[in-house]
Design a protein around this ligand. Structure first.
Ligand code: ZN
Length: 88
């Protein structure tokens, strides 16, 4: 994704809470794992258990990083799954 498309996409994330008009702050959702924490990822379809434990992954290329925007006033959280939210 080039810089222009990235800026366009970032215009479509919330800066004002749709519930109370408070300020939204960007964050991310963490998954605790043994020995650390990981960024939550979005995958198409319902979750399915893996034979080996955990969940099935259909295609690693199709997984998207999730950003969580939280209202500083009421706590409402809105999630967005997009490539530009990958860890830097
Ligand atoms: Zn709010």
């Amino acid at each position: 994704m080039n810089a222009c498309r990235r800026e366009l996409a970032m215009d479509h994330v919330p800066s004002v809470c749709p519930k109370c008009q408070g300020d939204m702050a960007q964050g991310h959702a963490l998954d605790n794992t043994y020995g650390g924490v990981l960024l939550s990822l979005w995958q198409l379809g319902p979750a399915k258990k893996s034979f080996w434990g955990g969940l099935k992954i259909s295609s690693r290329a199709a997984l998207l990083p999730i950003a969580a925007f939280r209202c500083q006033t009421c706590g409402y959280v809105e999630f967005y799954a997009r490539e530009e939210f990958a860890p830097t």
